[in-house]
Design a protein around this ligand. Sequence first.
Ligand SMILES: [Zn+2]
Length: 1009
Amino acid sequence: MGTPSLSSGVHVGGLNTGWLWMSSCTLSFPVLPVSFLFLLLVASGTWAAGYETCPTVKPGMLNVHLLPHTHDDVGWLKTVDQYYYGRRKEIQHGSVRDILNSAISSLLEYRTRRFIYVEMAFFSRWWKEQTKATQDSVRDLVRQGRLEFVNGGWVMNDEAATHYGAIVDQMTLGLRFLQDTFGSDGRPRVAWHIDPFGHSREQASLFAQMGFDGFFLGRIDYQDKIFREEKLKMEEVWRASASLKPPTADLFTGVLPNNYNPPKNLCWDMLCADPPLVDDPISPDFNADMLVADFLKLASSQAQCYRTNHIVMTMGSDFHYENANRWFKNMDKLIRLVNKQQAKGSRVNVLYSTPTCYLWELNKANLTWSVKEDDFFPYADGPHMFWTGYFSSRPALKRYERLSYNFLQVCNQLEALAGPAATVEPYGSGDSAPLKEAVAVLQHHDAVTGTSRQNVADDYARQLAAGWRPCQVLVSNALARLSNYKQNFSFCRELNISICPVSQQSGHFQVTVYNPLGRKVSQMVRLPVTEGVFIVKDPEGQTVPSNVVLIPSSYSKMYERELLFSASVPALGFSIYSVTKMSGRKSQTHSLRARPRKPTSQVLSIENEYIRATFDSGTGLLKTIENMEQNLSLPVSQGFFWYNASTGNEESNQASGAYIFRPNQLEPLPVSRWAQIHVVKTALVQEVHQNFSAWCYQVVRLYPGQRHLELEWTVGPIPVQDGWGKEIISRFHTPMKTEGQFYTDSNGREILKRRRDYRPTWRLNQTERAAGNYYPVNTRIYMTDGHMQLTVLTDRSQGGSSFQDGSLELMVHRRLLADDERGVEEVLIEAGGGEKVRGHHLVLLSSVRDAAARHRLLAEKEVLAPQLVLAQGGSTPYYSQAALKPQFSGLLQDLPPQVHLLTLARWAPKMVLLRLEHQFAVGEDSGQNLSSPVTLNLQNLFRAFTITHLQETTLAANQPLSKASRLKWRTETGPVSNPAPSKLDPTSVTLQPMEIRTFLASVQWPAPS
Ligand SMILES: [Zn+2]
């Protein structure tokens, strides 16, 4: 702060040119002297912990913050292990272990050097390999701010194909490692998503709630970037929630100047071709003067697009710093030579810095910032180059990730409900950590996105499978502990294709249905069986209605038998049903009402007490959906279509690929104009089976009591022998007047309005009518005419859009014969796994008034579906004298419909992590008033344990809420109030719409009984 400041509004640039670097950009607001502002900020109590280690800057000059960094993908062209150990260098030269070794040595060499690190999946592994002496040195570096963690998640997660619950989990895992290892010295202040392919609003909201002070991005749409550079909006405050009261979800967000790469000619990694800086004037290779002059020019021009007298340059890229010395030696020289120019009047000061220290200078500038309220989707890096294909790439992996998230929550909950016994007995040691880590790895921006190479995608699936196993042991231990009975548990992981050895081979078996939601559910259980008569008994021993239905297999010409019964399961608990095959009795299988046939003229419909779906007798396609409860009827035709994937044309050589969606023409072609149909009608289910082609099949289904229509599709292998890549969509067409608008969710939480060929913050020059209107759909897409709403829920992330009023489409699968030239260098064929995919869409037709109540509660049940665990034969008591408990609830009472139990997981030997969430947005539900705040008594909530102490934390649980404080930013929308958190009263915890509250609870589990 010692250098005198210039007078208000004046910035100085390099080369004695004064206003040169401001020439084409105007400052919106006068800049006050920085030293004066700092005094003001300190006086007003702005919190600065973590910033005190930042380097000194020169307030009167243009300060160029060099950010030495490496971008280490947690799997992409190579597997996670290959990147860590540096194997398979012929594929890509990446060795994270060597990067960390080398960067740390270079930091220890000179005190001024700084380095940042991001991915805890790698760092935690490296840390465990170090000696105590190295760990101590690294702790010193962290304390001094020279090694700084940014983001600090397990991975740098994708933002389009990820569910918010999984984002919160993966951030919690990484930040916890940092907190446990380095305490608050290691707590990141800045979020750093330099490579994800577009940015969701929910991500910014979550980061804000985790306590981050700022967020830096690499990739935004090329048109948006030009606009922002011109309007000096590269840095803004992102108001990332329409429900949470500002500044709760406000996050200062900066777009980096060059994605995340070094400036031209200044790439000094061993992977770069740029020559080193030669400062020996007698050397024939002397280039220092030229590089310094170029640098000063570059700094001046870059500064024209940013508002303060601070700019950043990202000095690093993918897997850089394996030979850190090369980078640092050259930057040492650059800094010395550039700053030497100050003696000759240069007003440019260059320094080693970090994103956090740069952010701190921006905050101290105390400007008034513009506010952003939309998101950064879709992302295009040039005309015709929309990164909207990856919303749907590798649909089988996307489903496996979602299913694994579901099972992880079941595993976490049962570990918390059963207590310490769950990890040790009676089936051996169970562990939730491997699945936590595997699901976290899947959130990486080349994993769930489907943008890795095939062998890496296979390895991601392997990691998930390896994570499931110890969780299955844990779940078995917990179920035995909570039910008092040991059973021969079996997890049928292929129920989606009607395979389950226990139900298919045993004459007597138990089905434990576990419900991870905070309120009771009914679930139709479907199990593959062989021919016979079955008696199903509920937890009280009463026989419940059951059917065996004979259904055509979508996999072969065979027919399959499935046993159906409806299970009722209490909140956060289980019900055990027993199934016995009666010997010597002939089967009363409910077979098909109709043989395979072309549709005839008879009216075809399925219905229950709430819904009727009618099918066109000529085509076999869905024709009308009626909501009989609300007296709504909507003509809906639904079918499958395919886009012919571009391999490049005269307009652009851009092909459709793993990242990019680019069809040859806007209008997709039908897979078939009609479907061969079968009808199945029993007391427990009504189904229309539609066979569109040899590789496209669908079952439209209704169970009693269900207010939605279920469409279970099976697509693949997509034929590509004709040489055409194909992208398959399911399209719903209605006469609804939707005025170019539709709605998609953001990471499964808040909803954003979309408008065709439109961006809220700049004038769009649309170059791809299809791809440029695609948006990520994590859980739902809908449209409305103001009177009724048609909502389609998905079981995984998919791309979706609406190209005509009244129409919605979701991309379910894609198979492509060209690479899209974003580095993967592989076609998306998925040979040997992932070619054939089954999934479902849940369709809700309702009045606008109660649409939110329907889709919020249905989406919650979809993401946290009940888990089935089967057991062959009988059972034995866990404890002698103990009576079987065939039904259990971990709660004393059901949660109200507004409240979602987002997390219940064991945190420490006697602690659990608890997250409660209000799952409705402000004003969303007018019918039942579900958008109103709700208050809970946490002392009187759990049956499974007693809470003895409760502490509220930030969203990722790495800071007590009472100690958390974020930097404050002035915005053009005016001041916001920052009320201090009120004292926590566990008997009265109120949740506002869309609020998530996170607690660490000390608990006591009861002794076994
Ligand atoms: Zn990356």
